[in-house]
Design a protein around this ligand. Sequence first.
Ligand code: PGA
Length: 248
Amino acid sequence: MRKILIANWKMNPVSELEAIQLAKVSDAKGVVVCPPFIFLNQVRNVLKVADLGAQDVFWENPIPGGAFTGEISVSMLKKAGVSHVIIGHSERRRHLRETDGMINKKFRAAIAFGLKVILCVGEPLAVRKQGLAAAKTFVRGQLLKDLESTRNLKIRHSNFLVAYEPIWAIGTGKPDKPEESAAMAVFIKSILFSKFQISGSRVLYGGSVTSGNVDRILKYDEIDGALVGGASLKPKEFEKIIQITENI
Ligand code: PGA
C-alpha cells in the first residue's frame, strides 16, 4: 500500500503567497496538506491530487452554526473541501491543555460527521527514559481514553490513521530509532484490533522526519507513512521527501 505523508504546517507560513507556493510543491498523491485554517481555501484551489487536511476541529457541530467563539466545526471544514483532520497533536495537548476527554469528543464528532481522523499519540521523554515498555503503556492509555465509547461509530482503516509521535522527537532533530517506532506501530495496531475491533489500521511515525532519514523509517512495512512538520515547510526538502517516499 502507498505510504502516506502528512504535511503539518503548524502556525506557518505567514503569507498567502508562501502558502500557495508551498502547496504547489506538496501536491502529490498520498500527501495530505494541513495548512492553518486561514489558508485552507487558497491551498484547496492549488491541490489537484493531494488531500486537504485541517490541524484541529471543534467537537460541537450545530448546523447552520453555533456560539463557540474562535472554533471551527466539522461541517465548516467539509464545506471548505477538507477530508482529513489532525486531532490530539502534542503541541495542543501541551500549550492548550487539551485533555484526552476533549480529544475524544473531537474524535467522535469528526468520525460521526465524515472526516478522516489523524489521531496523534506519543509519550514524553521522562516516560521513554524508562524504556519502550513504559512508552507502550503510556500510548495504550492515550488510545483507550481518546477512543472511549466509539464502538457505535464506523471507525475503519479508511477513515482513521494514528500518528505515533514521541514528544521528545518533535522538532528536536532527534528522531526515534526506526526499529522502535516500528515495534510501537505493531503494538498500536494490536490495541486497535483487540480493544476496538479496527483491523488494517495504519500507523504513521512523526518527529524530526527529514529527507535524510525518511527512507530508513518508511522501509519498515509496519510504518505506513510519516507526519512531517518542519521539513514540510521547506519546498526543496519536502519535494525530496515526496520523491524518496514514492520510491520506497
Ligand atoms: P517535526 O514535527 O517534523 O518538525 O518534528 C512533527 C509534528 O508535526 O509533530
